[in-house]
Design a protein around this ligand. Structure first.
Ligand code: NCD
Ligand code: ZN
Length: 382
């Protein structure tokens, strides 16, 4: 940590790093007492809020800290019309008991052959719809309604070009002959790259990038952006497998190698405006997550900010945190950064009474990701 530095950031955010030479807060001792950073209220540009009792149990964890939440449409059945998205948005806001003045769910439609482009355009113009999500059928949770080829949706994509509607891509090949750790790169090479070249005006976010190949592709094409999750930034595949199998780290796309993780961290901490936070928070009941066949998805909404802050702290890049979590995504999706601010404080002594499980009204437990980092960092609204 560069203790001597006061990290300066764009004018909307201020980072303050306290060390003894800079005047430690009263009552603190040691060479580093605490690190404090103030950032504009962040946005989560990829989140699964589910429905019913699960929605009730998880939504406040997003609404408490995030402003925009780009809500994924992979319900059963999937969200494919503006009316369904609007009804879902109302259920989300009804379920939230915090963030009344700050929380803005931004809805997405699931790209299927049944999408009515006039309805999509109307939802986009009304500000209900923020993007259209493509799932390769069978690649992940509730993706059965997805497609096999992006270009099968050429007519819808052409309309999206016309109106500037973002395409959000889950980039993962479903070819069973391919190694699971190579499937993102394969899908990018086989489908996303050719699509970007074919439709250079189509605005695309490569979601939850898990490999260097994803970073490279986003950098290659002007019209491409990338969201990155806290878990892909903080873990590699050895964390899943090396010290006992940890099903809570299983997600799609799978957490990849240490080398790939380093490429993600480099991109996220670089300040490059093409990359921003999308937590991909994806809660599943413990009974399905720690089962013989475990569901893919990590519930990181509660502690995703703390995990991300710890990654940036570890590589001495806290001065870039606001860009990654609060600014870059807002600019990409056409918004001003928030006027609200959050204060994140890293405590020298971690606390160990952090909540590890929540329980829904239906009696399902859900495990929280990032407990260690949550013990390190406290977050408050300024
Ligand atoms: C997500 C889910 O559970 O809905 N799971 C996941 O592993 N990320 C779906 C997705 O985004 O792939
Ligand atoms: Zn997701």
């Amino acid at each position: 940590m560069a203790i001597g530095a006061i990290a300066s950031m764009v004018s909307v955010a201020l980072a303050e790093i306290f060390g003894p030479d800079l005047g430690a807060p009263a009552g603190t001792l040691g060479h580093v007492t605490s690190v404090e950073i103030v950032i504009p209220r962040p946005d989560d540009w990829h989140v699964h809020l589910r429905d019913d009792e699960m929605l009730d149990a998880v939504v406040d964890h997003t609404a408490r800290w995030f402003r925009h939440a780009l809500v994924m449409p992979n319900l059963t059945p999937p969200v494919t019309s503006t009316a369904e998205a609007q009804a879902y948005r109302v259920r989300i806001l009804d379920a939230a008991s915090v963030g009344a003045d700050t929380f803005v769910p931004q809805m997405t439609l699931y790209l299927t052959p049944t999408i009515d482009v006039d309805d999509l355009v109307a939802g986009w113009k009304d500000g209900v719809i923020g993007g259209v999500k493509f799932y390769p059928a069978g690649a992940t949770t509730n993706s059965d309604a997805g497609g096999t080829n992006l270009l099968d949706f050429e007519a819808t994509l052409a309309t999206m070009v016309e109106f500037g509607i973002p395409l959000l891509v889950h980039a993962e090949s479903t070819d069973p002959t391919l190694d699971i750790f190579d499937r993102e790169a394969a899908f990018l090479e086989q489908q996303v790259g050719p699509l970007l070249a074919y439709m250079p005006e189509l605005s695309v976010t490569v979601e939850h990038i898990s490999t260097a190949a994803g970073i490279d592709l986003v950098n290659e094409f002007d019209q491409a952006y990338g969201s990155i999750t806290p878990h892909h930034l903080s873990c590699d595949r050895s964390d899943i497998l090396a010290n006992g199998l940890r099903p809570e780290l299983y997600c799609k796309p799978v957490i990849n190698s240490a080398k790939n993780r380093r490429a993600l961290v480099a991109a996220a901490t670089s300040g490059n405006p093409k990359f921003f936070l999308g937590t991909d928070s994806a809660p599943h009941p413990l009974s399905q997550k720690e089962a013989r066949v475990a569901k893919a998805g990590i519930f990181n909404a509660p502690y995703g900010l703390q995990v991300t802050a710890e990654v940036f702290y570890d590589c001495d890049a806290l001065d870039q945190l606001a860009a990654f979590v609060s600014l870059n995504g807002a600019v990409r999706y056409g918004h001003e950064p928030s006027d609200d601010e959050l204060r994140l404080v890293r405590n020298q002594s971690p606390v160990d009474d952090v909540v590890e499980l929540i329980t829904t009204a239906a009696g399902d437990q859900v495990r929280l990701f990032g407990v260690a980092e949550a013990g390190r960092w406290s977050v408050t609204a300024v």
